[in-house]
Design a protein around this ligand. Structure first.
Ligand code: ADP
Ligand code: MG
Length: 535
């Protein structure tokens, strides 16, 4: 269920835009999130006694543990400048995820979706929905770059140094920490690769792919354009790319830094170009080892494209097309790897790497027999990025062959506001018992002798005119006046209920309107950050 569906109700009164409302009510939501965090900590089973075998996780969520495609989620910290804009943290690492587990763990990240319902008669209810995303490993702001490198990247480096293919992808929204994380991995790889390669020669190529066809050599100070050529073994090679044989950590790191800087220069000139291209860094080790590090272009949501002109929208569509092609290849690769031997011989899983130039140049990562792949999804924790973070995690869950755990499973009400007016049940909603009780006690009990048809509820009572009500008093000598008086008393009660309902409704609309006008002041002062204006 998406948040819009959750917030819609026939009785709703439109309020303020979702992002502004969430930030305005941040305090209530934060309290709810803190409670949620406490509750998930309290469900962790006690640590096993020392010496017993390690338990991976008590989490019921699961991803195929043996897959050669691993999915890792990293949440970056919320920045002070975001907090100043009313942002608050909606991402929580599942505390049941046990520590570092190499490549075998099953962990999870939660995203809290903050919602609000304003219902005409009932008032305002704020809700939080905590959606769980299973993954192989989850990192939050308490983890360092070294934790991530040791747990995730180092095994891939070692795999490539043994002559196989290893690939690391950074996937996520612009500003969520892809380049930050990839740069730290590259730095550490530069320090470790020579020892791990044990004397095998190492070469580096580094290029950028923009759109579907524009390839730029990031190792060339002139940033020359490169061509993609089909080679005899069905793969696609980047022709003419500068290839540097590297022999020391310092030299390798200096080439990598230059390449990153060349990509970044464009960013300042042309409004975050770096976030709109894929950067592909390939280290070849010995005759067969290949380590490919891919810093992908920022994913886009349709909603973001409203900030763009036509060219940028076209670029955005191209980015999404390339990411889609990549997702399909990784997903099919994971399916292929998880097939049993019997399934493998009976059912061929096709990896559609010809779908895009991005996947063509990465063919080895999908087709080499022992290829190991890690997708690191990065997410920004701010509430305004909720939907984008959810779509990132939806994508990587799909890649890993799991799904977000039931999206409606953990809904909690965090705050309720009800108008300070008595609540009444309208006559038309009375049960037969309520009708009977009311008739007998109203107006000092003067209608006590009435004989009502059994099962007469409020709706039926309202259909009776004075004459029919007179009839209910049988041969009573005051039947006529009793019937007339009861008819009047019923109409009075209806008018009283209507008036109270109207008062409640007016108060709720008043609150909604007040919020609307506050919101317009609020949005002007604390405008949401345009996601595409970030670096
Ligand atoms: P992306 O490449 O996804 O667009 P960046 O890597 O450029 O995002 O990160 C955006 C900003 O956030 C940068 O200033 C970066 O230094 C900072 N950042 C990202 N991840 C972290 C993190 N885990 N810890 C601290 N700062 C981070
Ligand atoms: Mg980046």
């Amino acid at each position: 269920m998406n948040s819009d569906a959750m917030n819609s109700n026939a009785d709703d009164i439109g309020v303020v835009d979702k992002r502004t409302q969430r930030r305005m009510d941040g305090l209530d939501y934060t309290k709810g999130i803190i409670k949620f965090r406490e509750s998930i900590i309290s469900t962790i089973p006690p640590a096993p006694p020392e010496g017993s075998p390690a338990v991976l996780s008590s989490s019921p969520a699961s991803v195929p543990a043996s897959s050669s495609v691993k999915v890792v989620i990293r949440k970056r910290p919320l920045f002070p400048h975001e907090e100043q804009k009313g942002e608050f943290d909606v991402i929580t690492r599942d505390p049941a995820s046990s520590g570092m587990q190499g490549m075998q763990g099953m962990q999870a990240m939660y995203i809290t979706l903050c919602g609000e319902k304003i219902r005409a008669r009932r008032g305002v209810t704020k809700t939080i929905t905590n959606v769980k995303y299973p993954c192989h490993q989850a990192f939050d702001e308490t983890h360092s770059n070294a934790d991530l490198y040791n747990g995730v990247a180092k095994p891939i480096l070692e795999h490539a140094c043994k002559g196989s293919t290893g690939t690391i992808f950074m996937f996520g929204q612009t500003g969520s920490g892809k380049t930050f994380t990839m740069s730290s991995i590259q730095e550490q790889i530069a320090l470790d690769i020579f020892a791990a390669a044990n004397g095998q020669p190492i070469t580096l190529i580094y290029f950028e792919l923009k759109g579907s066809n524009t390839v730029t050599d990031l190792l060339d100070p002139a940033k020359s354009a490169l061509k993609l050529l089909a080679s005899s073994d069905e793969s696609t090679v980047v022709s003419g790319a500068t290839t540097i044989t590297v022999t020391s950590a310092d030299q390798l790191m200096s080439h990598i830094s230059d390449a990153i800087a060349r990509r970044e220069t464009d960013a300042t000139q042309a409004n975050a170009t770096s976030s709109r291209s894929h950067a592909i860094c390939t280290l070849s080790i010995g005759s067969t080892g290949i380590l490919t590090l891919v810093d992908l272009a920022g994913s886009e949501r349709k909603e973001d494209s409203m900030y763009h002109d036509a060219t940028k929208r076209k670029e955005g569509a191209e980015i999404n097309a390339s990411l889609h092609a990549l997702k399909e290849c990784i997903r099919m690769r994971a399916i292929q790897q998880n097939q049993s031997a019997a399934e493998k011989s009976s059912k061929h899983v096709h990896i559609p790497y010809r779908g895009h130039n991005l996947t063509k140049v990465l063919k080895n990562s999908f087709s080499d027999r022992d290829a190991m792949t890690v997708v690191i999804a990065t997410a920004s924790p701010g509430v305004s990025d909720t939907e984008h973070s959810m779509s990132t995690l939806d994508t990587v869950c799909m890649i890993s062959g799991s799904e977000a755990v039931d999206k409606t499973a953990d809904v909690r009400e965090v705050e309720d506001w009800k108008p300070d007016v008595e609540e009444v049940v309208h006559v038309k909603l009375w049960t037969a018992e309520a009708v009977d009780a009311w008739v007998r006690k109203t107006k000092g009990g003067q209608f006590g002798d009435i004989k009502l048809q059994s099962g007469m509820d409020g709706k039926a009572l309202l259909r009776l005119n004075s004459q029919r009500l007179q009839g209910c008093f049988g041969n009573h000598r005051d039947a006529k006046s009793l019937g007339d008086n009861l008819f009047k008393a019923i109409r009075e009660e209806v008018a009283r209920c209507d008036a109270i309902d109207k008062k409640r409704r007016d108060m709720i609309i008043g609150v909604a309107n007040e919020k609307k006008s506050m919101a317009s002041v609020y949005s002007k002062a604390l405008a949401p950050v345009n996601p595409n204006m970030r670096s």
